[in-house]
Write a protein that binds this ligand. Structure first.
Ligand code: SF4
Length: 366
């Protein structure tokens, strides 16, 4: 298949593995820890068995790039509370259904009589509002810079049509401030980043330059096929070998330096940055998106007069170490519940719920 087969070509992959090994050997010294930020990368790395073929001094660790996993428990609590209100219909992506809040998940709220519908896009949520005029439809806006522009577009459409029973609870998050917080926190040891292809399509590779410069850490925006990922790792190794910390684009068929300026322009017309609470990382300045005052009629926080998200995140469920997994501080098997009390059928934390969660990836492929 075009655009797939050439990126899985076994000869090219073997050559890359050889180049990675030779370069890693030449660098020697302490093990190099490269963080794949994005959940889709995590899944692809497991699916193609790439961790196992890397040389001993190259370690891949997973980062905070699964939007479902980093949604704070307090944010889940707010949407659960809304689903219990008379006349409210909550629309959400399926991955959010089973993410635990402090007491219950949206799936449990639905079982207890709450009106909760799974949708595949914001436009589908808007359609629910058109069809259920008696209800106030609240869409749970989750995701990074990749999904927020689609929500912005839907809100322009809602405004254009004069739809008055539709609102968004914005839990959107911005990736660069989270990576900055991760490195500034000083706990996570990262020698290079494999940056996400999807988010970078929107924000552009240039968005990582302050991070690379400030922390002297190379960043490579990488695609999702084996050749992409191995090439990304090789580029990071070469940067390390040259004592360089540039931002490079491996995934040039999808990502530019500037990104999708049109989509980002749309996002900026609807949203403005605000502090946001992340699971595992706590409150990070300017790392979330709030609706601008011009769109307050579609802002679920204002429409339903919601309490602000607390300053600090509640503890993970007892024994769950998702917070540490999301910072690359531990691997899932180091959590005492992994595979015992926590598996994809009975997830305790969000990293096992999401199809892109690190714990789910380890469980499925390890
Ligand atoms: Fe949380 Fe389960 Fe992962 Fe442990 S294995 S960190 S309980 S999601």
């Amino acid at each position: 298949m075009k655009y797939i087969d050439e990126y899985r070509d076994p000869v090219a992959v073997r050559e890359l593995i050889q180049a990675v090994s030779t370069t890693a050997q030449r660098i020697g010294g302490e093990p190099l820890r490269f963080m794949e930020v994005c959940g889709t990368h995590t899944m692809a790395i497991f699916r193609f068995g790439l961790r196992q073929i890397l040389p001993g001094n190259v370690e891949l660790i997973s980062g905070p790039g699964c939007p479902v996993c980093v949604t704070a428990m307090a944010e889940v609590d707010r949407i659960v509370e809304l689903s219990r209100r008379e006349g409210v219909l909550v629309a959400t992506f399926g991955d959010m259904l089973r993410v635990p809040g402090r007491e219950i998940s949206l799936a449990q709220a639905k079982a207890q009589g709450g009106r909760v519908e799974v949708v595949y896009s914001t436009l589908e949520a808007l359609e629910l509002a058109r069809k259920n005029k008696e209800a106030q439809v609240v869409f749970m806006g989750v995701g990074f810079e990749t999904t927020a522009p689609t929500v912005a577009a839907a809100l322009f459409q809602a405004a254009g049509e004069g739809i008055s029973n539709f609102s968004v609870l914005s839990c959107h998050k911005l990736l660069p401030p989270a990576l900055e917080a991760l490195l500034s926190g000083g706990k996570a040891k990262v020698h290079g980043f494999l940056m996400p292809g999807h988010v970078s399509t929107m924000i552009g590779a240039g968005a990582y330059e302050p991070l690379a410069r400030e922390h002297k850490v190379p960043c490579v925006v990488t695609g999702f096929e084996p050749r992409d990922i191995l090439s990304g790792i090789l580029m990071l190794l070469r940067e390390r070998a040259a004592h360089s910390h540039r931002v490079l684009i491996q995934y040039s068929r999808g990502v530019s330096w500037e990104g999708n300026t049109r989509a980002m322009g749309l996002l900026e017309r609807v949203f403005q940055p605000r502090d946001s609470l992340w699971r595992g990382l706590g409150r990070i300045p300017d790392s979330g998106l709030a609706l601008r005052p011009e769109f307050q009629g579609f802002d679920a926080e204002r429409v339903f007069d919601l309490q602000p998200v607390p300053e600090t995140e509640a503890q993970d469920p007892p024994g769950c170490r998702c917070g540490e997994v999301l910072q690359g501080l531990i691997t899932p098997p180091q959590c005492g519940l992994f595979g015992r009390r926590c598996d994809p059928q009975n997830p305790v934390g969000p990293c096992m719920v999401s199809s892109e969660g690190t714990c789910a990836a380890y469980y499925k492929y390890n």
